[in-house]
Design a protein around this ligand. Structure first.
Ligand code: COA
Length: 426
């Protein structure tokens, strides 16, 4: 079966996490993704957090499936020539270098348009135009500057970063959507365009409900926050909400059987209004169904802590999976806290291709997260990440149509590694 992006060729100048997340998705949808890396070194993550000596790290392999790797020294005169050829042969250039890096290589947007007017030029940067546009940014910086850290954690503790990579992978996702949208518009206009996604903007987009709450504060306390029921006054900014749900149906994380020794023996429990009667029955509090202090959602808001403490007395008698089985029968929304170990071992995630085992020539078998987006007519086959420069010659011949003589000349120049030392290596 063909793939949705068959025929789309990506010049993948990305590194670390945000950009590679984006191009990996495009590759999974069928794009031919040519990853350009520095000769002898490659994407810095190849060697970061290594668990197997002399093998590409999981950090790299899990973000670069289904791509081809070519090594080119972008600061070498012949390397630039190769890159120009690739710009002409590709539909999309994706990069997430520090601000100004591509311009310094000589590839300004104006130059890229001259080389290929149909090119879509997509970038991730830490910030959009403004006071911080020249700053380099990593994941946690984006979480802090995009509103996530100030609203995550407990009220009486410091701001917290989250384990979900909303700055890097989140922005990569945003960028991928921008690229396919630009490809779609190109089918009408015939022209490429610039696509930019700033990590601060991406995080803020994912924290949209917290900006909602910021504005609601002007009209009174946020009654669904547990601090309201506890009588703690609100300040002038959206506070950290602990495990309060971000929506109109109050929720909290509750202990389950075994919590004393198992750090993940917990369940998220939502007191959704339509199933309030069922909740009361399950926990043995049938009198709450009609009691004026509990019967209506508004009446419950000032006493959420007491309500969740009472529900917890019940959840502590069940394992998180037993509790989920019982609650799901009554359509009560809940979710066990699943550890990475439990997720890695979950058979249904293997069956859907959400967790995939991949074989790699130097590191052996490993698990990865497959494509979370399932297209019925464009299934994803997860293929191992490329070794550094594995496809260099193949791309010179197949994409740039170089003959043996030209390939030998390029090799001798040092522009693709080997041969004479490159300017960067000197
Ligand atoms: N050949 C020759 N040089 C190359 C090259 C190649 N194939 N590939 C990269 N380089 C050079 C660049 O030219 C640049 O050199 P210069 O500064 O002399 O112009 C350098 O390598 C890369 O610079 P930079 O991207 O700034 O890397 P860094 O390691 O200093 O910073 C980040 C890393 C992630 C902080 C930075 O890239 C960044 O802020 N990116 C945008 C935001 C982002 O995506 N952050 C999240 C990453 S997950």
């Amino acid at each position: 079966m063909g793939k949705a992006l068959d025929g789309v060729r990506i010049l993948d100048f990305t590194h670390v996490q945000s950009g590679p997340t984006c191009t990996q998705l495009l590759a999974w949808f069928g794009a031919d993704c040519i990853k350009v890396e520095r000769p002898g070194a490659g994407d810095v993550t190849r060697g970061q957090l290594r668990d197997v000596p002399n093998a590409d790290s999981l950090y790299f392999t899990m973000l670069n499936h289904n791509k081809r790797s070519i090594t080119i020294d972008a600061k070498h005169a012949q390397g630039k020539e190769l890159l120009e050829g690739l710009v002409k042969a590709c539909d999309v250039l994706v990069e997430n270098f520090g601000p100004g890096v591509l311009d310094r290589m000589g590839f300004t947007w104006e130059r890229l348009q001259q080389l290929n007017p149909r090119l879509i030029y997509a970038s991730v940067k830490g910030f959009g135009p403004g006071p911080y546009e020249d700053c380099k940014v990593y994941e946690n910086v984006a979480q802090c500057t995009g509103g996530s850290a100030s609203t995550t954690g407990f009220r009486d503790g410091p701001p917290l970063v989250t384990g979900a990579q909303i700055g890097d992978s989140g922005t990569g996702l945003h960028l991928a959507l921008g690229i396919v949208t630009a490809l779609y518009q190109r089918t009408v206009t015939g022209k490429g365009q610039r696509v930019q996604a700033a990590m601060q903007d991406g995080v803020l987009n994912l924290c949209r409900v917290k900006l909602r709450d910021q504005q609601r504060l002007a009209h009174g306390p946020l009654k669904e926050f547990s601090q309201y029921g506890e009588g703690v006054a609100f300040g002038d900014a959206t506070p950290r909400a602990g495990n309060d749900s971000g929506g109109g149906q109050p929720g909290w994380i509750l202990k389950c059987k075994g919590w004393e020794t198992d750090p993940n023996a917990y369940i998220y429990f939502i007191t959704q209004a339509p199933v309030w009667a069922e909740i009361c029955k399950v926990i043995g509090k049938e009198e709450w169904i009609t009691h004026p202090d509990y019967a209506k959602p508004d009446a419950r808001l000032p006493r959420l802590k007491h309500i969740f403490d009472t529900i917890e007395q019940w959840t502590m008698t069940k394992t998180k999976f037993e509790a989920m089985d019982i609650l799901n029968k009554d359509d009560i929304p809940c979710g066990p806290i699943l550890s990475m170990k439990e997720l890695a071992e979950e058979p249904s995630l293997r069956e859907t291709g959400t967790i995939v085992e991949v074989d790699h020539p130097t590191r052996g078998k490993y698990l990865t997260v497959g494509n979370p987006i399932k297209l019925s007519d464009s299934p994803t086959d997860v293929l191992r990440s490329p070794l550094l420069g594995e496809h260099t010659e193949e791309i010179l011949r197949q994409v740039l149509r170089y003959d043996d003589k030209k390939v030998a000349e390029i090799k001798a120049s040092g522009a693709i590694g080997g041969g004479k030392p490159t300017a960067a290596a000197e």
